[in-house]
Design a protein around this ligand. Structure first.
Ligand SMILES: Nc1nc2c(ncn2[C@@H]2O[C@H](COP(=O)(O)OP(=O)(O)OP(=O)(O)O)[C@@H](O)[C@H]2O)c(=O)[nH]1
Length: 545
């Protein structure tokens, strides 16, 4: 049963929203937001690097540390980044005056972003804004120093910001195919961040049929040492509400929906064109409640937007204490599916559905449960100007229960062979391996364990700590990490090539004893002689003699 509570919600005019990009990554993120279209909101770029700053599409730009770095970047030193930001603190205060909502976009791990983001966030809060930080964590391959710098900045941000949405760059492997370049991985993360910002902004500035306001957002994102969970999906056509929800739950930031299972509060916002029906909304909400705990507090908002056409979008925002995140962040996994049938074995380390390349997709042709009946009472949803909706977890008496969208079983239902690999390892072709086992009986042991040239046993080297694959790549990665992004994009940072298979031993091939000359079908017949040569013997045999 869904209860509707009418009460005034606080929405904010878009002129009071500011989106700040700090450092190189931050600049790329807000450029993406601008490209995707974010009418109204102001974009502010902050950077020490004057060249990158000049190329940003943001309407407002402030150069950090003019005197300190003289137009250059911070070379990966957060202390320099902090001092550079301190130089312009007054300018920042002026720029953030009267802003109700501020988004800070930053890539942590470098100097400018990691050093300046905590200061910028603090200033924005002191100026009275509600601050949501979108921060990316560096790739594992970027090295331990960057990771530690990022962790330090993240810890500070988690205390200062109203909400903190983190995205591990390493996880970008889940957004793009393994074979795609690093440029595509960054672009995929930037798209995801841009979509998150646009969805949250839409929530609080666009008047809807059922509005959610800043107070709802704050309650969903309540953070002291917690991380924000975010998922957004869009779909069109038949079953679009279920498909949109499925896409949203598939978001890597929700860890494929798993993280929602411990959420205490979840904010859900549905947006569709004129044709969006109450039944679609009900169906979606009913599905969603199967993915959150029974006593979770669900804040619900809905808006009709003609520009959505026949698409329907759903945005889910929640938060979890850091202690419950226990994520697989450190070692990224990709699932490689081959078509070979697999004998049932021990469960794999981290089963997950195949990676989703885009959160925006058309719906799967899955049959939706037939809606039989009308909802018992006709709530006055669409006539109301503003209301808040609390969803209780009572099953509707008249509606058939559809299957949960992301059940554990579904993840296990792949019939194909599933191999779990870390990003540092290349997938091994199963068939080649098998061939080798047949041929070299004594060498099968070696090939059962996939070895890469760089692999080192973490037990053997205590120094390596939690990033066992990092050291062998360290020297070159430090250079890469300090490159500017456009340079990085030109590099082809593909995983190390798989070791060549062991050479097959050469068995000398014996020669057929053809001497004497086989005469084929002329065997036993009188020789056909010409100038002393038997023409019925094949010419190459005659030459041999
Ligand atoms: N998502 C995303 N992450 C990026 C991008 N560029 C860099 N990063 C990540 O962000 C981290 C910080 O890089 P930058 O933003 O270039 O560094 P910075 O903060 O400007 O610091 P300095 O270069 O030392 O002045 C890197 O270690 C990458 O992990 C990008 O375009 N998108």
């Amino acid at each position: 049963m869904i209860e509707y509570q009418r009460d005034q919600q606080q929405t904010i005019p878009d002129s009071q929203v500011k989106i700040i990009g700090i450092g190189g990554a931050g600049a790329n993120m807000i450029d993406r937001v601008a490209l995707d279209g974010m009418e109204g909101a102001e974009l502010l770029a902050l950077n020490t690097d004057s060249r990158t700053l000049a190329s940003s599409v943001a309407g407002e730009k402030i150069q950090l540390g003019k005197k300190l770095t003289k137009g250059l970047g911070c070379g990966g030193d957060p202390e320099l980044g902090l001092q550079a930001a301190q130089e312009v603190e007054t300018e920042l205060r002026d720029s953030l005056r009267d802003r109700k909502m501020v988004f800070v976009c930053v890539g942590l791990g470098g100097g400018t972003g990691s050093g300046a983001a905590p200061l910028v966030t603090r200033v924005a809060r002191e100026m009275g804004a509600f601050v949501v930080v979108f921060a990316t964590m560096p790739f594992v391959f970027e090295g331990r120093r960057r990771r530690e710098q990022a962790e330090t900045a993240l810890n500070e941000l988690s205390v200062i910001a109203n909400a903190l949405v983190t995205f591990d760059n390493t996880r970008m492997g889940e957004l793009v195919l393994a074979a795609q370049g690093i440029h595509d991985a960054f672009a995929a993360a930037d798209r995801m961040i841009s979509e998150s910002i646009r969805a949250v902004t839409r929530l609080v500035i666009r008047p809807g049929i059922i509005n959610v306001g800043l107070d709802d957002l704050m309650s969903a994102l309540r953070t002291t040492r917690s991380r924000c969970l975010f998922g957004s999906g869009i779909a069109r056509g038949e079953n679009r509400s279920q498909a949109a929800l499925k896409n949203a739950l598939n978001s890597p930031l929700l860890d494929k929906g798993r993280l929602l299972r411990n959420a205490q509060t979840a904010l859900v916002h549905i947006c569709g064109g004129e044709g969006m029906t109450l039944f679609e909304v009900e169906l979606l909400m009913r599905e969603l409640t199967k993915n959150v705990p029974e006593n979770a507090h669900i804040l619900f908002g809905a808006a009709v937007d003609d520009s959505m056409g026949d698409s329907l979008s759903v945005t889910i925002i929640s938060s979890l204490p850091e202690s419950q995140l226990h994520s697989r962040d450190e070692v990224p996994v990709i699932e490689v599916h081959t078509s070979k049938p697999e004998p049932k074995e021990e469960p794999k380390a981290a089963p997950a559905p195949a990676p989703v390349a885009e959160t925006v997709t058309t719906p799967q042709p899955e049959p939706a449960p037939e809606p039989t009946p009308e909802p018992e009472e006709e709530p006055e949803v669409f006539g109301a100007d503003t209301m808040r909706v609390t969803v209780k977890q009572e099953p509707a008496p008249v509606m058939e229960e559809p299957e949960p969208l992301l059940e554990e079983d579904e993840e296990d239902s792949y019939e194909e062979e599933s191999v779990t690999l870390s990003l540092n390892e290349e997938p091994v072709e199963a068939e080649d391996e098998e061939e080798e086992e047949v041929y070299f009986e004594e060498e099968t042991v070696v090939h059962d364990e996939v070895e890469t040239p760089d692999y080192q046993d973490p037990e053997e080297d205590e120094e390596e700590g939690e990033y066992p694959h990092e050291e062998p790549m360290q020297a070159s990665q430090d250079v890469v990490a300090d490159l500017d992004f456009s340079q990085k994009a030109d590099l082809n940072l593909e995983p190390a090539p798989h070791p060549e298979p062991a050479p097959k031993p050469k068995v000398p091939q014996g020669e057929l004893a053809l001497d004497g000359g086989p005469r084929g079908k002329f065997e036993g017949e009188a020789p056909n002689l010409f100038e002393g040569e038997d023409l019925d013997i094949p010419p190459f045999m005659r030459k041999k003699r």
